[in-house]
Design a protein around this ligand. Sequence first.
Ligand code: G3P
Ligand code: CA
Length: 332
Amino acid sequence: MLIRNAIIIAVLIAATSASAQRPSDKHPLIIGHRGASGYLPDHTVEAYELAVAQGADYIEPDFVASKDGYLFARHENELSLSTNVAEVFPDKKTKRTIEGKVVEGWFSEDLTHDEMKKLRARQPFKFRDQSHNDKYVIPTLAEVLALRASLSRQHKRSIGVIPELKHPDYYRAMNFPVEGWMVQIMEAWALDRAGSPLIVQAFDASSVEKMNNMMPNIPAIQLLTDDDDISDAALAKIKTYADGIGPPKNLIVPTKGDAAGKPTNLIQRAHKIGLKVYPYTFRPEKQFLPASYAGDPAKEYCLFATLGADGLFTDTPDRALKAYIESCPMPR
Ligand code: G3P
Ligand code: CA
């Protein structure tokens, strides 16, 4: 145990000293995707803390709803992949139809706040470190915002938060006004004002529009999938209710087979009409990193920095920072 604690402290000290070296403002923002989720179970205080220690500018929590109206940081409302829910509440297994698909499992909307607090997080990717499983609790939105404020003080820089609402249309059908819940908490934390370290995002266009209307001073990001229309006309429509787009990397550097192909002009076209661009998701493992980068994630970070991305969602903020400082420094 002593050795393990010493290792964790050493990792944190190394991460903290690396983050003392900041990239230039011209580098894309480093967004800790689900925290430093490449290292720790995602959407936990511990994963967000590590992301910031590793140099993240923003932390990225996804949110799902509990039965009694709390927003909890989870990537899916079906909880069995990322928590120990099956062992804690074996009787709550059921079936739900989510976005047209029947899903069997354990759902956040069937658990109260206090029941959600009994769960512990797990690393959902089996090829990542499983040794932190079943230790960390699931934070609420209010707890993530309290953490953001405290990390900003601790690291003496303003840490941003870029929350994503998951399945807003599904919750709408349940009469769960999740956008309103989110905005109410942001207002309570005075994060709805111009210049606040907050960006909101969702895949559901009506949800992005709603948040943009409720918090007009806060940038809103329309997330895209590989199949979305990215014509000039589609971008112009997005511009009517959003400030930026969050495309999968593939829409900027298409992967052909196992090789990264010629970059598209999506970033230039978006910038031309005033939309920022935040691609996702940068991951170092070979399943996610095209072979043409020769196993070196720095090459991918630097390519997207050169192409002019405004921010990058990454599971490993330390690798983004290292790439920016060592492989592609940009003029300040
Ligand atoms: O929000 C950007 C990116 O996180 C979208 O993908 O599925 O990881 O939430 P996902
Ligand atoms: Ca997300």
